[in-house]
Ligand binder design. Structure first.
Ligand SMILES: *[C@@H]1O[C@H](CO)[C@@H](O)[C@H](O)[C@H]1NC(C)=O
Ligand SMILES: *[C@@H]1O[C@H](CO)[C@@H](O)[C@H](O)[C@H]1NC(C)=O
Ligand SMILES: *[C@@H]1O[C@H](CO)[C@@H](O)[C@H](O)[C@H]1NC(C)=O
Ligand SMILES: *[C@@H]1O[C@H](CO)[C@@H](O)[C@H](O)[C@H]1NC(C)=O
Ligand SMILES: *[C@@H]1O[C@H](CO)[C@@H](O)[C@H](O)[C@H]1NC(C)=O
Length: 283
């Protein structure tokens, strides 16, 4: 009986700790459609506070192979565009040499891109550069070659000396790609990396949690979403990872719509723990 009481108390304090850590979370906000227009700061990228959040970290971006294959021959070319290490990018995608042809979209729909993420001016970014071509605008570059990993307001903000309507061909512009570092309480929760994923048509938080084999509740928390939230195609979602992502994890095709179940996994887990242990101890 005494031991039973101890177990109940332990479980309740676990619950209290969890609630406490949720109240103090400094997770990022899902921007939704805000990324698509210039109505506020949120479109500029995920936020960071110096002295509170990590200044820099290893992070991951995803790049769609089916679209990339139309403009790029190799991982080397994509790595140059995104300003990341070509050998590291090839290795994490299981390609021996970064100059070999890209994996086929049906074998590997998403390329994993390891990218250093840094905090500057209250925003996290991984900085790339881009040389303006004829007919380019920030908007077209962001939705085209950069696959919505950045937004035109963010590009405008990162190039204060340029006039967006009059970009000269060949001019080098800064491209802040969207990334984030795990907040301190996420790190305490076991999250080591955040991966920036661009939501596809038909994706839900639930289907993405399954596809990438991550905890649904952690995924909601990482983006300040609730079970009732809707996400939109072409916006970015942060995927919390407890270990470096693997090629296998990201080789899975986008899954069709899956019915809702196992909602509120974390809460259910707590309740189940309390009741099971009490029942066992009563005799
Ligand atoms: C980026 O988003 C726009 C909509 O804002 C969409 O038209 C475009 O196809 C997206 N680009 C990619 C590569 O998915
Ligand atoms: C990234 O670019 C911003 C300007 O857009 C700059 O302030 C910041 O220092 C750059 N970060 C790194 C790590 O170079
Ligand atoms: C566009 O930029 C060029 C130089 O880069 C300048 O000569 C020209 O006057 C600008 N045009 C407008 C409309 O601002
Ligand atoms: C989401 O943000 C609100 C503040 O607007 C905060 O109270 C809440 O705890 C956050 N939720 C999650 C799941 O991070
Ligand atoms: C975003 O915009 C699209 C089209 O304008 C709309 O269908 C969708 O519901 C919006 N999503 C959110 C989360 O507001």
């Amino acid at each position: 009986m005494g031991r039973g009481r101890f177990v109940v108390q332990f479980s309740l304090s676990y619950l209290v700790l969890r609630l406490f850590s949720l109240c103090h979370s400094r997770q990022q906000y899902y921007d939704g459609n805000d990324t698509l227009d210039d109505d506020g700061n949120r479109a500029l990228g995920y936020s960071c506070i110096i002295g509170v959040d990590p200044l820099s970290c290893d992070s991951f971006l995803t790049f769609r192979t089916d679209i990339a294959i139309q403009s790029f021959q190799s991982i080397f070319e994509i790595a140059s565009l995104l300003n990341v290490d070509a050998a590291d990018t090839a290795a994490i995608n299981g390609v021996h040499d970064s100059r070999l042809s890209l994996p086929l979209p049906e074998d590997q729909p998403l390329l994993l891109v390891p990218a250093t993420c840094s905090c500057s001016g209250g925003r996290y970014s991984h900085n790339a550069s881009y040389w303006v071509k004829a007919g380019d605008t920030y908007y077209l570059a962001s939705i085209g070659v950069f696959q919505n990993l950045t937004t035109w307001p963010a590009m405008d903000d990162a190039n204060p000396l340029d006039v967006p309507t009059n970009l000269s061909i060949g001019r080098k512009i800064n491209v802040p790609l969207r990334c984030a570092c795990p907040a301190v309480d996420q790190l305490a929760d076991g999250v080591k990396y955040l991966l920036t994923y661009v939501v596809g048509v038909g994706d839900t938080v639930q289907s993405l949690a399954r596809r990438f084999q991550v905890d649904y509740q952690q995924m909601l928390e990482a983006n300040n979403l609730t079970v009732a939230s809707r996400i939109s195609a072409f916006t970015t979602l942060l995927v919390p990872l407890e270990a470096k992502p693997t090629k296998e994890q990201f080789s899975l095709p986008a899954s069709p719509f899956l019915p809702l179940d196992s909602v509120r996994i974390a809460d259910t887990d707590i309740i189940v723990k309390v009741s099971v242990r009490v029942i066992i101890k009563i005799p």
